[in-house]
Design a protein around this ligand. Structure first.
Ligand SMILES: C[S@@+](CC[C@H](N)C(=O)[O-])C[C@H]1O[C@@H](n2cnc3c(N)ncnc32)[C@H](O)[C@@H]1O
Length: 296
């Protein structure tokens, strides 16, 4: 973001924001202004709104250096959440790192569905036990534990680096006593029919479409959090469905986030695994995004 010849160097917050947005837009970043604001607020340790309340404030030299470094990395398409180390999800702030998927807004639908179900169980006076499979940053498990104070959860992932981030998030939100973390393949850590709810946002991206993904996703997010096996794209749905059919109590629920356009294939797989009453919830873009089913 070096000044061009004959151009005065930026000094105030507002001048830096203008220059930084143009720099990011030039590098093809679609949300250039927003990203310039988020990164500057991060460097200065203030809220985005404060940038405008204090727009005449001058930046100190070390703030300029830190901002330039983040803008350069953003220009190389590192995700904003990796640069700030955090992302908001369901009104809570989560630490993220390159070891975990950056929590997505569509996954908030999974939490809403799960909370609806769990509140119903609570109203019937039942204690509840749930599993979040492929917990990543822990965003789903932690949001559920925060939403239902009596809930106990098992959160599993195959990645120990992801589990370390998830544990940190559980501690930061004060729910670490109610969430047990386990490094496990899907539901293998559950031995008996003891769960009321299984939630999962499993990997569901077809590796054949890898080149079409935004560089932020393709080059920076963990492949094991994104891609299904090329030879068997429904392998994860099948593993979760057969696992859920084995561990869910009568009246229990499996909630799965699924790929856009996969509704029919997912429904067939859930029914084949012995689950029933399959239904779907759409996301804001109109795609069937959450599959619900249970053992009946
Ligand atoms: C799409 S990410 C979801 C992360 C988080 N739940 C979220 O919604 O942001 C999928 C997660 O599943 C994990 N995973 C992949 N294969 C797995 C397996 N066989 N068993 C358990 N977890 C797995 C990945 O490591 C990754 O953290």
């Amino acid at each position: 973001m070096a000044p061009k010849e004959g151009e005065a160097p930026p000094r105030t917050i507002l001048e830096f924001l203008g220059r930084a947005s143009a720099f990011l837009a030039n590098r093809g970043i679609p949300s250039a202004r927003l990203d310039a604001e988020v990164l500057l607020a991060h460097v200065l340790g203030v809220r985005r709104l404060d940038l405008y309340l204090e727009h005449e404030r001058r930046l100190a030299p070390r703030e300029v250096d830190a901002y330039r470094d983040l803008l350069r990395r953003r220009g190389e398409r590192e995700p904003v959440a990796h640069l700030t180390g955090e992302r908001e999800f369901f009104g809570l702030r989560f630490r993220v790192s390159p070891a975990v998927l950056v929590p997505r807004p569509e996954t908030e639908g999974l939490v809403e569905e799960a909370l609806d179900f769990l509140r119903g169980r609570e109203a019937e006076g039942r204690g509840t036990l749930a599993a979040d499979v492929g917990t990543g940053s822990g965003c789903v498990a932690v949001a559920l534990a925060r939403g239902i104070p009596s809930l106990r959860l098992l959160a599993t992932d195959r990645s120990s680096a992801a589990l370390a981030v998830a544990r940190e998030n559980a501690r930061a939100h004060g729910v670490e006593r109610r969430v047990r973390f386990a490094r496990a393949d899907f539901l293998e850590a559950v031995l008996d029919r003891s769960l009321d709810l299984v939630v999962s946002n499993p990997p569901y991206v077809d590796p054949a479409g890898k080149d079409a993904l935004p560089p932020e996703v393709r080059d920076h997010e963990p492949p094991e959090a994104l891609f299904v096996p090329a030879a068997d794209p429904l392998a994860f749905v099948r593993a979760l469905a057969t696992g859920a059919a084995r561990v869910l109590r009568p009246g229990g629920l499996l909630l799965l986030e699924i790929a856009a356009g996969s509704r029919e294939a997912v429904e067939a797989e859930l029914l084949r695994s012995g689950l029933r009453e399959v239904s779907f919830r759409r996301d804001l873009a109109g795609f069937d995004r959450i599959a619900r089913s249970g053992p009946g």
